[in-house]
Design a binder for this molecule. Structure first.
Ligand code: 5GP
Length: 186
């Protein structure tokens, strides 16, 4: 990280996950997913917007034919605290009946968003539904929700970068860091 960069000014100086670590782990997950889904009709779904960077890197590491789709759900407003309410802002474009669906998420915290989405998509007759998440905060869990592929387990702090935002900012930071509390404490 360049310490003079304006991009990093609201992030704690000790980064949680660097670019190199992300690239290495995404490569490993891609290989594992390709092995697990060999010969299957895989649809990889990006949960917008937080997962877009992880998603676009991950699908390029999955060396097999697949299709992609997008979905947007939100359980957070602008606050760094979960509201517990899940709202579908954008649904899938294509039918998933009989398909093997891999939901790609940026982070699992309370688990509510993914638990809700999994239940909803199961009712549409998918052959299987699994979850790949870049980050997992097990300490935040409120409902039972285990991701099938996890990039990194992190402590219970509010993080930004590599797609993750606070009030729509910081998504373009190429690595992951803890947001300085002064930003949301005003
Ligand atoms: P859950 O439903 O598991 O509580 O929340 C998942 C969603 O909350 C994520 O997709 C993400 O949008 C948001 N979220 C949870 N923890 C964090 C965090 O540390 N940083 C950011 N930027 N978003 C978070």
């Amino acid at each position: 990280m360049d310490s003079t960069s304006m991009l990093y000014q609201d992030v704690e100086s000790e980064l949680l996950v660097t670019k190199e670590k992300i690239a290495e782990r995404v490569r490993e997950l891609g290989r594992q997913i390709a092995r697990d889904y060999e010969g299957r009709d895989l649809v990889v779904v990006s949960i917008l917007k937080g997962s877009v960077l992880f998603f676009s890197d991950l699908i390029r590491e999955i060396d097999m034919p697949l299709t992609i789709d997008f979905m947007q759900a939100s359980s957070y407003g602008n606050a760094a605290q979960s509201s517990g309410f899940v709202h579908i802002k954008k649904d899938l474009d294509r039918d998933i009946e009989g398909k093997d669906v891999l939901l790609v998420e940026d982070i699992v915290d309370s688990g509510r968003t993914l638990a809700y989405l999994k239940t909803m998509l199961k009712e549409r007759g998918a052959n299987s539904i699994r979850v790949a998440t870049l980050l997992d905060k097990p300490e935040g869990r409120q409902v039972e929700m285990e991701a099938d592929y996890v990039g990194f387990i992190i402590p219970n702090a509010f993080v930004v970068g590599y797609g993750l935002d606070y009030a729509e900012k910081y998504r373009n930071i190429p690595e992951i860091g803890i947001l300085r509390p002064r930003v949301y404490q005003g």
